[in-house]
Design a protein around this ligand. Sequence first.
Ligand SMILES: *Cc1c(COP(=O)(O)O)cnc(C)c1O
Length: 420
Amino acid sequence: MTNYSTDILFAQKADEQDNLKLYRNAFYFPTMHHRPAIYFCGNSLGLQPKKAKEIIETELEVWRNDAIEGFFTGKHPWLYYQEYVKPTLAKIMGCLPHEVTVMNTLTVNLHLLLMSFYRPTAKKFKILMEAGAFPSDQYAIETVMKHFGLNPATAIIEVAPETGEKILHRNAIIECIEKNAQELALVLIGGIQYYTGQLFDIAAITQAAHKAGAVASFDLAHVAGNVPVQLHEWKVDFAVWCSYKYLNGGPGAIGGVYIHEQYATDTRFPRLGGWWGNDEQERFKMEKGFKPKACASGWNISTTQVMNTAALLASLEIFEAAGMDTIRKKSIALTGYLEYLLQQVNHIPFEIITPAAPEERGAQLSLFFKENGKAIHNKMMEKGIIVDYREPGVIRIAPAPLYCSFQDVYAFYKILRNKF
Ligand SMILES: *Cc1c(COP(=O)(O)O)cnc(C)c1O
């Protein structure tokens, strides 16, 4: 679908032919000016699946009626609650069900996984990340370094774009890994850069990290539910993500963790433990000696977060039915359409800083407005279109394919075209 046109009829026809159109009605849209808003912030907080209430209500009922017995009764005994999301999450993240688990939230999980995978030695102790990484990731790495008595100023290697550029070339990352191989212990890259929307070549970075004898790890906050990945096949060592962005799990949703099976099944692999990572059969015996499960859930620490995971379960039902490949296919067409329309707007000075190649981006386009950025953002909100604004002058717009339409994208374009 590349014969885009500025005629509204194109958007109407594309929406009619959209095989995901039914899912739009599976979500609640916020109301603005007494009508449903157009929502382009799925990269920050996904919309609420209508089914979430019912699934949470079911667990409230079990709690009400069965109390402690809820761990063993009902359709979804709480004892195994983290198990129910695994089959679909494994499909979304391209891994085996025993390589994935849910627990805590993203930054906490990053800390926990670093405790397993980051083993600095006198010679090999450096961590490579992309410059301008999400602040929470920067704080995590900085404080973990200090925990090991290292100096973040010298032990963190940041790969930055060339002067005057916003996009980081794949080869720059690979060359930096090769150059620092001697001292490099771990590579942590945000799979999609939250600010520019750039999708990195996870397979190539993983390969380069391994060649350098370093751990390959990724923060997939902006990737999960947005772009299909093949974490197992690419041999990524570990990855963490949050579930409240494209995965629509709700504010503070339970975080996702992937651990390659070579470590996930190795119960001797070091980790910080707790009773929920212990074998269920042994857990309540209260015996000495932590015996982790031989899967990613061997990293679970505390009691399963039932309500939180229930909300995610509601969303994953939609992903299971829609299929990640279909979602991605529409996403490429929808974001391509947005890009095409933006290219027709010539009277406002702005730049799309997200890469143009579909394989180098997900749903999001980041637009840098040389002037009037805030005014344009205000106008969008006034017109019932929710987009994200970041100083200086960047509007991030993410048409999430499960609930955004071609006509939504057209409405954004129409305002830009007419009002500025
Ligand atoms: C959203 C996001 C986070 C959020 O971390 P939490 O611990 O869930 O608050 C972290 N890293 C990246 C790259 C993100 O985009």
